[in-house]
Design a protein around this ligand. Structure first.
Ligand code: PGA
Length: 254
């Protein structure tokens, strides 16, 4: 049984005071339904304070990135152990903004996935195609390649701590969401690839989130798809009411 996860990626938004205000609002206002999980990913500068605030809540806290090395001369980077010590239990890896704006490669993302698992941080491995790649009919190729290379060398039993996120680059922050059918197609292909790599039981148990302009108005349709197990929410996670509605998504089965 896959337990849905709604994850709020705050990206490089909110100074400390605003971040604390939003976390307070989420803490006070969002009762997470018992059949699902919720996590937020604030900027590093607010992570520890927010993790402390949310310690007695069901809402988990995670980092937006990590470096694969344990320590050393990596100016501006953050180690998995530092995230853990700050109260994080998860980490977003391979986000397309890092792949495309900062040049992160699959090989580098793969090292981070393994470092996060070794540190007992649950990685959310993000994959997704650009519009040009989709238009060229290369979606499956690109996305499944990212899955294979991102998970290279990950042990089958470590997969219980891995979450995948399909985030079509053309849908991130653009207001253009993949239709539920488009998302379902790619999610099913990812699950098929996981079955080839790790076996069917692992594939059936692995969460695959959808991300890219998820909003209150489209979350229910996306979550109704059999292979969409949750959402990685950017912009709408900065609005308490919108995020609340997304956490409270409704599917036809209830
Ligand atoms: P968005 O971002 O919801 O603002 O499109 C999603 C993400 O990048 O994780």
């Amino acid at each position: 049984m896959r337990r849905p996860l709604i994850a709020g990626n705050w990206k490089m938004n909110l100074g400390h005071a605003d971040a604390l205000r939003l976390a307070d609002g989420i803490f006070a206002g969002i009762d997470v339904p018992p059949d699902r999980d919720c996590a937020i990913f604030p900027p590093f500068t607010s992570l520890q304070a927010i993790a402390e605030k949310l310690r007695s809540s069901p809402i988990k806290v995670g980092g937006q990135n990590c470096h694969p090395d344990a320590e050393g001369a990596f100016t501006g980077e953050i180690a998995c152990s530092m995230l853990k010590a700050a109260g994080a239990s998860m980490v977003i890896l391979g986000h397309s903004e890092r792949r495309h704006l900062l040049g992160e490669t699959d090989a580098f993302v793969n090292r981070k996935v393994k470092a996060a698992l070794a540190a007992r941080l649950k990685p959310i491995l993000c994959v997704g195609e650009t519009l040009a790649e989709r238009d060229a009919g290369r979606t499956a190729d690109v996305v499944l390649g990212q899955v294979r290379r991102g998970l290279d060398g990950v042990a089958t039993d470590a997969m219980r701590d891995v979450v995948l996120a399909y985030e079509p680059v053309w849908a991130i922050g653009t207001g253009k969401t993949a239709t539920p059918a488009q998302a379902q197609d790619v999610h099913a292909a990812i699950r098929g690839e996981l079955a080839l790599l790790f076996g069917k039981p692992v594939a059936e148990d692995t969460l695959i989130l959808y991300g890219g302009s998820v909003k209150p108005s489209n979350v229910d349709g996306l979550m109704a798809m059999p292979d969409v197990d949750g959402a990685l929410v950017g912009g709408a996670s900065l609005d308490e009411a919108d995020f609340h509605r997304i956490v409270w998504f409704e599917t036809p089965e209830g």
